[in-house]
Design a protein around this ligand. Structure first.
Ligand code: ZN
Length: 215
């Protein structure tokens, strides 16, 4: 399958993407991953991206698109890919359209995970992450709590709330999402590719995605 996954932070894109890659061998591709890998592989584009990141600047869209172009043509993408968290803006979506046309790839669908704000807030603000950088086990104070003292069950380090997972931070992230990324749904609706799924169960979402691309 060749799909784009849209959805606010906390909508479950990562989980769903992982389940879908198990289904047909498609690879999950996120901007963060491809940038990190390009930097690690010291490709020409990777080194250029590294320069921006080290200066604390945003990597320009043009460079991201060039890295994406190379990534999408690697052999492991032959079975398909799931773009997770990309594109993020309308200009990126327009660039992606041009890129895919250039390399002769057609998207099967754009899946929009529609999760209510209160559910996202509840999911993310109840999350705790082990503070040991080598462990980073993820807990949830409701469904998978750390020890009563708030310690990681694996390594004993404190399980803490990440700074970007407080109510204030998440509200801010959701506002940014609604401003920049939510308009993408309308863009892909016009392209005839959009499928919005409002389920809260990853299994149910995956089943609907499979049904929509195999029909
Ligand atoms: Zn731990």
């Amino acid at each position: 399958m060749r799909i784009v996954l849209l959805g606010a932070p906390g909508a479950g894109k990562g989980t769903v993407a992982k389940m879908l890659t198990d289904f047909d061998g498609s690879v999950q591709i996120s901007t963060g991953d491809i940038l990190r890998n390009a930097v690690k592989a010291k490709t020409k584009l990777g080194l250029e991206a590294q320069g921006y990141m080290e200066r604390g600047e945003l990597v320009p869209d043009k460079l991201i698109m060039d890295i994406m172009e190379a990534r999408l043509q690697e052999p492991d993408c032959a079975k398909g890919f799931i773009l997770d968290g990309f594109p993020r803006t309308i200009p990126q979506a327009e660039d992606l359209k041009v890129l895919l046309a250039k390399i002769g790839i057609k998207l099967d669908a754009v899946i929009n995970l529609d999760v209510p704000k209160d559910v996202i807030l509840d999911r993310l603000t109840t999350r705790r992450t082990c503070s040991n950088p080598d462990c980073q086990e993820i807990y949830n104070i409701k469904s998978k709590p750390p020890s009563p003292e708030g310690k990681c069950l694996k390594c004993g380090s404190p399980a803490v709330q990440r700074a970007d997972e407080t109510v204030e931070a998440i509200t801010q992230r959701l506002e940014t999402y609604n401003e920049k990324t939510a308009p993408l749904a309308a863009f892909y609706e016009k392209e005839g590719l959009l499928k919005t799924i409002a389920s809260l169960s990853s299994e149910e979402i995956v089943a609907q995605v499979k049904a929509s691309i195999t029909k």
